[in-house]
Write a protein that binds this ligand. Structure first.
Ligand SMILES: C[S@@+](CC[C@H](N)C(=O)[O-])C[C@H]1O[C@@H](n2cnc3c(N)ncnc32)[C@H](O)[C@@H]1O
Length: 259
């Protein structure tokens, strides 16, 4: 195979990611390479009493990989940016913490996810959360306008993670923080995996080697404060499981700060 033939086709990837997460929004009960829904959320550490306070349909389409809202520690009045907000579960939880005087901006590139999150917000009378069409590499928010950026299971899907962390640093006010859960790998994944758009869309192929991931965050000028492993997260298909065992693909949560 030539080098050119082994390059990830980013346009194909975007279409696949959009197709997959459109299905997660519209048909959450289907089987995917990954788990979804309330049982997953509770296993990852989300408190049932918190989940009971937000729209159930947002939880049905939850496709995150870890819990990190304790690290985010969102205070009343804060502005929160949720990168890859999906059907909005973390955004709705963040909106409860930010309260009446705070606000949450969810950004996603998949129309069906945005439409679902916006509809659920309107139906539930949540008026401090809005959902904007956009890319996590260049989210539609003003520079230095955000107290806390959150993201769950999304940055691994980006072919340009350095751009995402640069965008996070730009969006955060000085002293602001980034709290996320994501997929990383112990070993650098081989091209056969990284150039497979379907494994990438399933949150495996895009997993960055963990030291490189740390360097990408620090390279954007952010300081990592805490890093923890999410042993409760698991992939469900055999193909995914092989990559997980061979290359140490795992879920982590972290907190970083803009100095
Ligand atoms: C694994 S899902 C997670 C969604 C949500 N955070 C959750 O926990 O349920 C990934 C989401 O990120 C979005 N996404 C992936 N890459 C993106 C990008 N480059 N820009 C904007 N959204 C993206 C997808 O549309 C999808 O809704």
């Amino acid at each position: 195979m030539t080098t050119a033939a082994r390059t990830l086709d980013t346009q194909e990837l975007e279409q696949r990611v959009k197709r997959m997460y459109k299905e997660v929004a519209l048909e959450p009960q289907r089987e995917f390479h990954f788990e979804t829904g309330r049982a997953l959320a509770e296993r990852l550490g989300y408190a049932p009493e918190d989940l009971n306070r937000i729209p159930a349909a947002a939880i049905d389409s939850f496709a995150g990989v870890g819990h990190f809202l304790d690290l985010a520690d969102i205070a009343p009045g804060e502005t929160v940016l949720d990168l890859g907000s999906g059907s909005g579960m973390d955004s709705f939880l963040a909106s409860l913490a930010a309260g009446r005087d705070g606000r949450v901006i969810g950004v996603d590139m998949t129309d069906a996810q945005l439409a679902k999150a916006a509809r659920l917000a309107a139906e539930a009378g949540v008026d401090n959360a809005e959902f904007r069409q956009g890319y996590i590499e260049d989210p539609p928010v003003e520079a230095a306008s955000v107290d806390c950026v959150i993201s769950n299971g999304v940055i691994n899907l980006s072919p340009d993670k350095a751009a995402v962390f640069t965008a996070v640093a730009r969006a955060l006010r000085p002293g602001g923080r980034l709290a996320l859960a994501d997929i990383v790998s112990t070993e650098q994944l081989p091209e056969g995996v990284t150039c497979d758009a379907s494994l990438w869309a399933a949150c495996i192929g895009g997993a960055m080697q963990r030291d490189s991931y740390r360097r990408a965050i620090e390279g954007a000028g952010l300081e990592i404060v805490e890093w923890r492993e999410n042993d409760q997260y698991r992939f469900v298909s055999e193909r995914a499981d092989n990559a997980v065992r061979k290359y140490g693909v795992t879920s982590i949560s972290l907190l970083a700060r803009r100095p």
